[in-house]
Write a protein that binds this ligand. Structure first.
Ligand code: FAD
Length: 400
């Protein structure tokens, strides 16, 4: 089949990798002018995530590029270290910068995948056994299937399922991330400072050669233009006016950062992820929010299942999309639950709550339920049963 994927970050290239194994012809259209580099750290946890990376043949590359992050400490305004976050609870098995992961996946798709950067779908019209697709730049084309892997603000979702407001649930926080110099001399570690409703962190990246500034703040939905970076920088500066520690210095670097990112923390909740010949994947379908720490693993597993079910159904997209939704539904719901309610402890809204959380982190390593909490996170990450698809044989679900 001739398949169009929108979005070249994690889910899109991962899906292209598997669809190529089944011999489909793949075009990926990405709005950014080139592969988006830099960005925050994302992680994989548990056997399901690692198994898919292993089957893709990229686990060794991901491990080679992993961040090797150590402790993340909370500090007071003077920079004095207070409490180390329990790493074994929060960190996954392998952590990597999202941009590095996207590059590895891009390289793994190899021949037979055509990337079109700097373009965007403008309309989708299903006509018989094809979808007519118009683009901002490229001429109109027809595809057998269109997959939206274009993130939380998915364009494909808006065109095929309706406006984002119908599906986007704001979790009460905003987040900004950008690259800075590692002026605190952090060695594979991070520091984080909180005031009521606000948190600012700096953590080292790329073997301490640089750092990432990460800002979180509590706010109801804000009205701003997602393409207006200057306006977003202003919003961030206003939110952190008067906040101490390193906040002013980090904000001072924001204008020079090549990779400024600003977004609301939200989840995408939908009753279905496909309509006709169009399906959604990754954050576009089920964004669990960064608070869950599961979005990247979910995207990788979802890509594997979607391509695998298409192979198993011998290209019958109706049967394949229905099976894909059945396999992924409970898994995605479970991961979303991890993100719900997390904003309150992630960014406490009062000094008292911040104090309680700090004490909590201090004693947690000695409490019997810490192991239970770690086990529960792992159980959620592994709560999907992975079929051993044979991508090269139509109808193939055979053991390798
Ligand atoms: C601050 C932060 C921290 C995070 N931490 C973690 C973590 O610790 N662990 C974890 O597992 N996950 C984490 N995540 C979530 C993770 O980044 C996502 O779940 C994951 O990247 C989803 O991949 P995706 O390919 O579905 O979407 P995305 O990575 O969002 O990619 C979507 C792609 O589509 C492109 N696009 C957008 N619109 C269009 C359009 N109209 N046309 C064409 N292309 C378009 C975008 O440019 C982008 O390349 C974090 C996210 C953030 C923001």
């Amino acid at each position: 089949m001739d398949i169009l994927i929108s979005g070249a970050s994690v889910a899109g290239p991962a899906l292209a990798h598997w669809l190529r194994q089944s011999g489909h012809t793949i075009t990926i259209v990405e709005r950014a002018p080139e592969l988006r580099d830099g960005g925050y750290a994302v992680d994989f946890r548990g056997e399901a995530h690692l198994t898919v990376l292993r089957r893709m043949g990229v686990l060794a590359d991901v491990e080679r590029e992993q961040t090797h992050m150590g402790a993340l400490w909370s500090v007071n305004e003077a920079g004095k270290k207070l409490t180390a976050m329990p790493e074994d609870l929060f960190a996954g098995d392998v952590e990597i910068l999202r941009g590095d992961l996207a590059r590895i996946l891009y390289e793994a798709t190899g021949d037979g995948v055509t990337y079109v950067f700097g373009d965007c779908i403008t309309s989708l019209t299903e006509e018989g056994d094809k979808v007519e697709v118009t683009f901002e730049q490229a001429p109109t084309r027809h595809f057998d299937l269109v997959i939206g892997a274009d993130g939380v603000h998915s364009n494909v979702r808006a065109l095929a399922f309706g406006p984002e407001e119908d599906y986007n649930h704001h979790l009460g926080l905003y987040c900004a991330v950008f690259t800075t110099a590692n002026h605190l001399g952090l060695d594979h570690s991070g520091l984080t400072y909180s005031t009521p409703g606000k948190m600012v962190s700096s953590y080292s990246a790329r073997d301490n050669a640089e750092a990432r500034a990460v800002f979180w703040f509590a706010s109801p939905p804000l009205d701003y233009d997602r393409r207006d970076v200057a306006q977003q920088r202003r919003l961030l500066s206003e939110a952190f006016a008067g906040v101490g520690w390193e906040a002013p210095r980090l904000l001072g670097e924001m204008g020079r950062a090549p990779d400024f990112y600003f977004d609301s923390i939200s989840q995408i909740r939908m009753d279905r992820w496909s309509r006709g010949r169009v399906a959604l994947l990754g954050d576009a379908a089920w964004c669990p929010s960064p608070l869950s720490g599961m979005g990247t693993g979910l995207a990788i597993v979802g890509a594997y299942v979607l391509a695998g079910e298409l192979a198993a159904a011998g290209g019958d997209h109706r049967a394949a999309f229905a099976r894909y939704e059945r396999v992924m539904r409970d898994y995605a719901d479970g991961c979303q639950k991890m993100g719900q309610g997390a904003s309150k402890w992630m960014v406490p809204e009062s000094r008292f709550m911040a104090w309680v959380m700090d004490k909590n982190y201090k004693v947690l390593p000695y409490l019997p339920w810490k192991k239970m909490m770690a086990r529960s996170v792992r159980k959620t990450a592994e709560a999907v049963s992975l079929t051993d698809y044979d991508f090269t044989r139509p109808g193939g679900r055979a053991p390798r």
